[in-house]
Design a protein around this ligand. Structure first.
Ligand SMILES: NC(=O)c1ccc[n+]([C@@H]2O[C@H](COP(=O)([O-])OP(=O)(O)OC[C@H]3O[C@@H](n4cnc5c(N)ncnc54)[C@H](O)[C@@H]3O)[C@@H](O)[C@H]2O)c1
Length: 260
């Protein structure tokens, strides 16, 4: 029997990249997937049409009431909510002195406040059933600073600590909450950055000790572990999945030794 058989999972940002890969993996493991995104996409539609019991809600995660309504409808229809993955997010920023207030607000509203609304929306149901696994998607940029990161760094750092807080507050009633910090993953979000900065990909691959970008499926694999019973004693954890990006610095010694 698949490990997530009949488990009910809400996934935000499900129409693209990491959220879509989580939706595909969770469905393959037997879960009922409820996707949330501000856009539907062709890859999502292809997935949903081939996957029975899938639902989709078009909304903006900054709309707390809309997220509450989705959680209430999901609980009404399926009787429970077992898993939440918060993958909706955007990249943006710039040095603080050059960053306009509305750009700051947009990043914090979507990445941090949107995550707060997503978590808040499922808690009543998870508390009533005394179980649940919440998986937030932060970033390596939420544990280490990055050049020009400002609002994005702050939003993802906030997600890391919000996750720990939920783990602390709700652990005794059986709800686990963990965050994944992806490194640089080959998704439309990263493509936008790479298009704007042609040298970015080469630089990131040099800094990533495995020498390549990550695949969205590699984040979905980590999310699957955290959602599964194999992670039954894992909570408040920050799981870095970054091909070694944050392991430390390189200074050309392995190249000198021929280890490439
Ligand atoms: N790709 C990377 O390198 C990388 C690295 C670290 C963290 N992340 C994080 O992973 C998450 C997923 O990113 P991705 O790379 O898959 O990007 P993506 O752009 O492929 O997917 C993000 C999805 O979120 C949706 N979304 C954005 N804002 C929304 C909103 N306000 N309301 C509802 N939906 C919204 C988009 O429509 C999109 O479908 C993001 O939180 C991102 O910050 C990505």
């Amino acid at each position: 029997m698949p490990d997530l058989d009949k488990k009910v999972a809400i996934i935000t940002g499900a129409a693209s990249g990491i959220g879509l890969a989580c939706a595909q993996r969770f469905a393959a493991e037997g879960a009922v997937v409820v996707g949330v995104d501000r856009h539907s996409t062709e890859p999502w539609q292809a997935f949903a049409s081939a996957t029975p019991d899938t639902r989709f809600h078009q909304l903006d995660v900054t709309d707390g009431k809309a997220q509450q309504a989705v959680a209430a409808e999901t609980a009404r229809e399926f009787g429970r909510i077992d898993i939440l993955v918060t993958a909706a997010g955007i990249g943006d920023g710039g040095p603080v002195g050059m960053l306009e207030e509305d750009a700051w607000d947009r990043v914090i509203d979507i990445n941090l406040k949107g995550t707060f609304f997503s978590i808040k929306s499922v808690l009543d149901t998870m508390v009533a059933q005394r179980s649940g696994s919440i998986i937030t998607i932060a970033s390596v940029e939420g544990i280490n600073g990055t050049e020009g990161g400002s609002a994005y760094n702050a939003s993802k750092g906030g997600v890391v600590l919000l996750t720990k807080n939920v783990a602390i507050d709700y652990g005794r009633i059986g709800i686990r909450c963990n965050t994944i910090c992806p490194g640089f993953i080959d998704t439309p979000l990263l493509h936008e950055v790479m298009e704007a900065m042609p040298d970015f990909k080469v630089d990131v691959q040099r800094e990533t000790k495995m020498g390549r970008l990550g695949r969205p499926q590699e984040i979905a694999g980590a999310a699957y572990f955290l959602a599964s019973d194999d992670a039954s004693f894992v909570t408040g954890h920050t799981l870095v999945v970054d091909g070694g990006y944050t392991a430390g610095h390189s200074h050309g010694i392995v190249e000198l030794m021929g280890l490439t």
